[in-house]
Structure formats: structure tokens, C-alpha cells
Design a protein around this ligand. Structure first.
Ligand SMILES: Nc1ncnc2c1ncn2[C@@H]1O[C@H](COP(=O)(O)OP(=O)(O)OP(=O)(O)O)[C@@H](O)[C@H]1O
Ligand SMILES: [Mg+2]
Length: 361
């Protein structure tokens, strides 16, 4: 399922570099279509320049430098096409219900009635929409009553601040690249999941949780439908900050402890994971009560999900099976043996980038 906020060409491409501009870490994948198979030609993981650093990605010039560096690291080959996944601080990703109408009209309608459809005024946003294909026939009880007006359709809505979109496009041009699409990163995990685990995607209700640096996203998919998408403002940064305060050590020391020996600071780390667990549990409870069915499992991605200790702590909090998943599972890999081993370790962190590439191919 693609949700491009901009699209320079409507035809599908045979290769693309997808870049997930995370708040802390930039993840990129170079994916090629060969026949009916998708190949992962290369991937790269680089720090995102932070505010205050000389190469901070906050202005167009330095973002262009960063994109150039990413492209060099990934050896993007002849393709200059990039897809960018942009985080929840600048984008939104929601499901709404709307009558069937041309997408151009729907975008206009959102522009002037954001408050009605998205519960907030978003005057400086650019929107894109995608009618979700009906996966199953509505149950008799759900059918519209006579005189109920036009039937409602499920629509995925992506939005990005116009200013940010303009700056991104200028930076991509400055790096000598072509932005073929920009998508909200919150759409990434479900996009990747549909390709990596098509049977699970169409199967029982599953929660996809991406724990990043500043934010965590939870997406619930049920029988091929996206039923819930929520953002929680807690990520790896909060855990490191909390550890740094509890242990009275620097942020860097706390980060190293979190990465290297989390079980030794169990007493300090677990209470920091609990609030995230509670927020995620609230979303799961909401779904379970509304749909009257359980969530079969929670599948984790994002950098923080690389920690077995954090994964176990979340499982204790959520009381549902939690595990990581491999978004690269159905991609053919043309990497050296060493890179393939490393890929297995990194894969959960690539979910958004892989999902963004799937939107373009
Ligand atoms: N092995 C690990 N154990 C615990 N945390 C880890 C591990 N590896 C990475 N992290 C954490 O993952 C976070 C970065 O994850 P990720 O790359 O998903 O974030 P991001 O995409 O940059 O952020 P956001 O999604 O909020 O924009 C950092 O806080 C880092 O400490
Ligand atoms: Mg992220």
C-alpha cells in the first residue's frame, strides 16, 4: 500500500533508494525489482545529524549534505530516485471514513475541513489520500440502514507540513537526487509487514510496534485491514535520559549501559519501560473491546526493539507475546556473508525504510 505525498512519476520503477530520516538514526535501503522478486542490493545505517552539530539536518544545505552522505554509503548506483520516510514530528498518518470521490476533491476537503475529519486544524499541511481496498464484505449488522446516506469508505490519510516538504524537496535536489515520494514513517511498518508476512498480514489481529528514538508507533492490522494507528511520545531517548538521571551518569554513559548491560540496571530500567507499556496496552485494550477479539501477538521493530531485555520487559507489561520480525524476509539478498549476518541484527530497525521502498516499487 503506497501513500505518496508527492510523486514525481506515477509509473512504477525498477529500483529505488528509500531513506528513513529517523530522529536519531537514518536508515536507507536500495531495493531493485527483478522479475517478480524484490532484491535488497544494499542498506546503510548512519547517525542523523542532531541540532547543534555542525551537520545538523535542520537547514536545507546540511540536510542535502547528509543525503549525499547516505547515498554514498549505500552506493545507490545509477538510480537517483529516492523515497523519504519522515517522522511523526512533521507528518501525520490516519484512517478516516469518507464518501467515494476523486482523490483531488478529497484532498481539498481535508484542507478546508481538517478539524472535522482529523480532529485538529492543520492549516499548513499538504495531504494525500488512499482509499483502502475493501478486504471483506461488511457483516449484515454493519450494513448501512436505509436512508443512512452515502456509504462510507475507509481512507488512509497522510499529511506533512508544507514548509518541511518544500525544504525536503530542496535538499533532495541539492544532493543531486530526485524525490519520487515522501511518506509518513508511521505508514512504514504496515507496508513492510504486508510484503514480508503476507499471511500474517491477512490473518489474526496483530499489533506492529516501532520503538524509535523520540516516538513509538503502534499499528493494529486485522485480516488485511489497518484498524488503528497511534503515536506514543516515548522512545529510546526517554529510557537513556531516565537511566542517566537514576544512575547519575552522563547521557553517553547511560546509553552505553542500556546497549551493553541492560539487565544489570533492571531496577532502574524497568520503571522507565512501564509507561510505554501502559500506553501500548491502552491501544490494545481499545481495539480488543471495540472489536471483541484478542491481539494475537505484538511484533516489534525500531532500534529499541533490538534489545532482548526491553522486549521481555514490554512483554511482561503487555501480557501478550512480543517478538521482533524481519521486514527483509521476502527480499532476495545480494550481500556479502558478513553483511548478511549484520543484516539479521539490524533488520528490525529497517522496517520503515523497507516499507517506504515497497510504496514505490
Ligand atoms: N541494542 C539496543 N538496545 C537498546 N536500544 C537500542 C539498541 N540499538 C539501538 N537502540 C536505541 O534505538 C534508538 C534509535 O532507534 P531508531 O533508529 O528506530 O530511531 P529513529 O528512527 O531515529 O527515531 P524516530 O523513529 O523516533 O524518528 C536509540 O534510542 C538507541 O538507543
Ligand atoms: Mg524511526
Amino acid at each position: 500500500m503506497g501513500l505518496p505525498l508527492i510523486s514525481s512519476q506515477s509509473r512504477k520503477r525498477d529500483q529505488v533508494v528509500a531513506i528513513d530520516l529517523g530522529a536519531r538514526v537514518t536508515k536507507a535501503v536500495h531495493v531493485q525489482r527483478k522479475g517478480d522478486k524484490l532484491h535488497l542490493a544494499n542498506y546503510a545505517v548512519l547517525d542523523t545529524p542532531q541540532a547543534g552539530e555542525p551537520a545538523a539536518g535542520t537547514d536545507t544545505g546540511s540536510l542535502a549534505d547528509h543525503l549525499r552522505e547516505v547515498f554514498r554509503a549505500i552506493r545507490g548506483g545509477r538510480s537517483r530516485q529516492v523515497v523519504l520516510a519522515i517522522g511523526v514530528q512533521d507528518t501525520l498518518f490516519r484512517q478516516i471514513e469518507a464518501p467515494l470521490m476523486p482523490v483531488a476533491d478529497l484532498r481539498q476537503m481535508l484542507k478546508f475541513n481538517a478539524k472535522t475529519y482529523l480532529q485538529q486544524d492543520l492549516p499548513d499541511y499538504v495531504f494525500d489520500c488512499f482509499y483502502a481496498p475493501p478486504r471483506s464484505l461488511p457483516k449484515a449488522a454493519d450494513a448501512p440502514k436505509t436512508g443512512g446516506g452515502a456509504p462510507k469508505n475507509k481512507v488512509m490519510v497522510g499529511g506533512i507540513k508544507r514548509e518541511r516538504l518544500n525544504a525536503l524537496q530542496a535538499a533532495v535536489r541539492g544532493a543531486g537526487l530526485v524525490a519520487s515520494q515522501v511518506i509518513p514513517s508511521a505508514a512504514g511498518p504496515s507496508n513492510a509487514f504486508e510484503n514480508a508476512e503476507p499471511e500474517l498480514f491477512r490473518g489474526e489481529a496483530t499489533a506492529l510496534v516501532d520503538v524509535g528514538f523520540k516516538h513509538t508507533t503502534i499499528t493494529i492490522v486485522d485480516g488485511g485491514d489497518l484498524v488503528l494507528n497511534r503515536v506514543v511520545g516515548i522512545g529510546g531517548d526517554r529510557l537513556t535520559q531516565g537511566l542517566s538521571e537514576a544512575l547519575k551518569v552522563s547521557y553517553l554513559e547511560a546509553e552505553n549501559i542500556k546497549l551493553g548491560m541492560p539487565s544489570e540496571v533492571k531496577a532502574e530500567l524497568e520503571p522507565l519501560i512501564q509507561p510505554l507499556g501502559r500506553e501500548l496496552r491502552a491501544s490494545i485494550d481499545f481495539f480488543e473491546h471495540q472489536q471483541d477479539k484478542p491481539i494475537a501477538q505484538v511484533l516489534l521493530s525500531g532500534g529499541t526493539a533490538r534489545s532482548e531485555f526491553i522486549l521481555q520487559s514490554l512483554q511482561n507489561e503487555l501480557m501478550v507475546q512480543c517478538k521482533t520480525w524481519n521486514p527483509a524476509k521476502n527480499l532476495q539478498v545480494a550481500l556479502s556473508e558478513e553483511e548478511t549476518g549484520e543484516l539479521e541484527r539490524v533488520a528490525p530497525q529497517l522496517a520503515v525504510a523497507i516499507g517506504a521502498s515497497a510504496a514505490a516499487l
